[in-house]
Design a protein around this ligand. Sequence first.
Ligand SMILES: C[S@@+](CC[C@H](N)C(=O)[O-])C[C@H]1O[C@@H](n2cnc3c(N)ncnc32)[C@H](O)[C@@H]1O
Length: 467
Amino acid sequence: MNENTTQLHPAFLTRMKEMLGNEYPAFLSSFSAPRTYGLRINTSKITCEDFENLSPFPTRQIPWIKNGYFYDEDIRPSRCPYYQAGLYYLQEPSAMTPASRIPIEPGDRVLDLCAAPGGKATAAGAALQGQGLLVANDISTSRARALLRNLELFGIPNVFVANETPAKLTKAFPEFFDKIILDAPCSGEGMFRKEEALAKDWTPEKSMELSEIQKELILQAADMLRPGGLMLYSTCTFAPAEDEQTVSWLLKNRPDMELAEMEDYEGFSHGVPEWGNGNPELTKCIRIFPHKMNGEGHFLALFRKKGQAIKESSRPHTKPDKNAFPLIEEFLNEIGLKTLCGQPFDWERVEIRGDKAYYLPPVAHNFRGITFLRNGLYLGDLKKNRFEPSQPLALAIRKDEAEAVISLSASDERITRYLKGETLNIEPEEAAHKKGWHLLCADGYPIGFGKLVNQILKNKYPAGWRV
Ligand SMILES: C[S@@+](CC[C@H](N)C(=O)[O-])C[C@H]1O[C@@H](n2cnc3c(N)ncnc32)[C@H](O)[C@@H]1O
């Protein structure tokens, strides 16, 4: 045992030795290997090719994730303005795998049941390209807030961020979703290298306790999946009680659920039937071990619900409050915005609540009784005679979608100063107009709003977003 494995509980090591046999020494050695660092490109804002051309730091493609890149430990991608523009999400490479193995298409109705802080939900939202609906839920209020912030940073407009018990959601959404991600709370054995606290907190009883929760969650999630829909179950643990055994339990209790194949990669291992109830179908599950590939540790199972359901088309929203529209319209005209996330701006989706304006998801649903943090995109505030745009609106606008922009190079020190809340001097040739609302962009990618007066850009980057 080396210094990196002395923290590990002897019962954990004994179980891993039994599971891995002659691979066990390699598994142990992986604890002395450096951690892997990754970022995932937000393809709803930038293509991978454009990112590769733009990236100011070196990256290497993650071979099993189309839009994922490794970066070195000494790089701080969160300090780069592209991060504040929502161009990528920092995520451990194996944790990118679940969202990459469920085929989400624009227009789908997607649920991420245990979504905070948003590692999988941001990927699902980007795949939707503004069409369909993403319900992202977490039972913890503080974690749901972090989830909302990450979805806003990613510029995802068609989202409903809930803070509910899965039982309540199950009642509201019977057989509603085309795709479901259940990234369950787990003992986190695959994250021991990344988070030492998880290793210290591990007890032999923990997996059994968590597996009871996982069984309940997976049944509730199955209830919300429409026939013909797909559900991805994942954990970041190696414990069979939380992996193959949870999957076996669902298959046994829900004959309408079957396992589906996922796109393979040479470094993946597969589910082991004997670690579950012996069902040979369990080999369709994917396991990620740190001694087999450049990732920490994960388990994935993709389920299909048997049968077919006709996909309901989106319904228009009812009763838009048109009184507030002129102020919003005036603002949209001022910045020259006609589309949002590539779709024509749809006034039927504008909802006014109090003095706030929202852009509802294109899929209408009755969310009554559900505790939520956000329904749609927060557009901004209605003041007495004017409209103040929100930061989430700035981030939902795609490159070249607005006309009134000030586009500086990401390396221009004014971008850093803007992100700190300072006012900026802008040369006449740098701004689209002489005065008024502008969208400040880093290399064309929106960062936030400002108001130009006499070559001074008044900073509208909200205090809570500053770096
Ligand atoms: C593994 S984390 C999710 C990570 C997230 N999917 C991501 O990729 O960023 C599990 C989450 O489940 C939430 N959770 C725990 N128990 C839950 C329950 N009974 N129902 C819903 N969420 C739960 C936790 O608050 C936690 O945020």
